[in-house]
Design a protein around this ligand. Structure first.
Ligand SMILES: [Zn+2]
Length: 261
């Protein structure tokens, strides 16, 4: 069974501190333990650079580069930041612009600045014709407004937390929906319902490691090889085998990230 973890943060400090072999050793351990490929996700210019370097060193790893709504605090001028980002996106093994989006969970965040960075990065994705990875936390309405403004830009809604209705609109607009650990939680009605209406050829699996551990690892650190738990959950929801989920989501990941053999 080949499993594709479409979204992980293997360079996260918690992993670096806890795993003796550092990030690279950690990734090799994951690849030896049941995950075939990993996309390492950038959230700012520094860790986007780290992701590119990891992808260049390890065949099975790919990178994304982008500025996450939390990390906009590092940048004063959006155009200067995006000029650096644009150069990175041209590098080998960079498969998407992300993660980008809106996060209204913490009230002390500058929501206006988030919107400027999100919209400008969507514009850049359109200009470069590259898929995007969307982070949308407690901001479904505004995120969808931006999505509708850029019909030519598509990609992945990561760790989907919206309604079935929202998933349906995204599917119709050509997007892929990615599910993570929370879909395994007993009380997670919304992602289970959304997953149920998603056609199999638009579903992706991810861990968002070290965040969002699936059942039964809640409260612990998450790892890419736990992605099988999400595959098992989706298999149950769609009434197919885990092997089928692995195979379909593997092909979907290659398609959305435009990875050729
Ligand atoms: Zn993430």
């Amino acid at each position: 069974m080949k499993l594709f973890d479409t979204h992980a943060h293997c360079d996260d400090l918690r992993i670096q501190n806890e795993f003796e072999g550092g990030t690279e050793g950690y990734i090799l351990y994951q690849l030896d333990n049941g995950v075939a490929n990993i996309v390492n996700i950038g959230t700012n210019l520094d860790n986007s650079r780290v992701s590119i370097d990891l992808a260049k060193r390890i065949t099975q790893v790919y990178a994304t580069c982008g500025i996450h709504p939390y990390d906009i605090r590092f940048y004063n001028d959006v155009d200067t930041a995006l000029a650096s980002l644009k150069a990175m996106l041209a590098e080998e093994k960079v498969v998407a612009l992300g993660e980008i989006g809106l996060d209204y969970h913490y009230e002390d965040s500058d929501f206006q600045k988030q919107m400027v960075f999100f919209v400008k990065q969507m514009e850049l994705a359109g200009e470069l014709n590259i898929p995007v990875v969307i982070h949308d936390r407690d901001a479904h309405g505004d995120t969808m407004d931006v999505i509708r403004r850029f019909p030519e830009v598509t990609g992945i809604f990561h760790s989907f937390s919206g309604s079935a209705e929202m998933a349906n609109e995204l599917i119709e607009r050509g997007w892929y929906i990615s599910f993570s650990g929370p879909i395994t939680y007993k009380n997670a009605k919304k992602p289970k319902e959304a997953c149920k209406i998603c056609p199999l050829d638009r579903i992706l699996i991810e861990t968002d490691a070290p965040y969002l551990p699936p059942t039964p690892y809640r409260g612990q650190m998450n790892h890419p090889h736990y992605v099988v738990r999400t595959a098992e959950e989706i298999a149950g929801i769609h009434g197919i085998s885990v092997d089928e989920v692995a195979e379909i989501t593997y092909e979907n990941a290659k398609k959305v990230y435009r990875i050729r053999d």
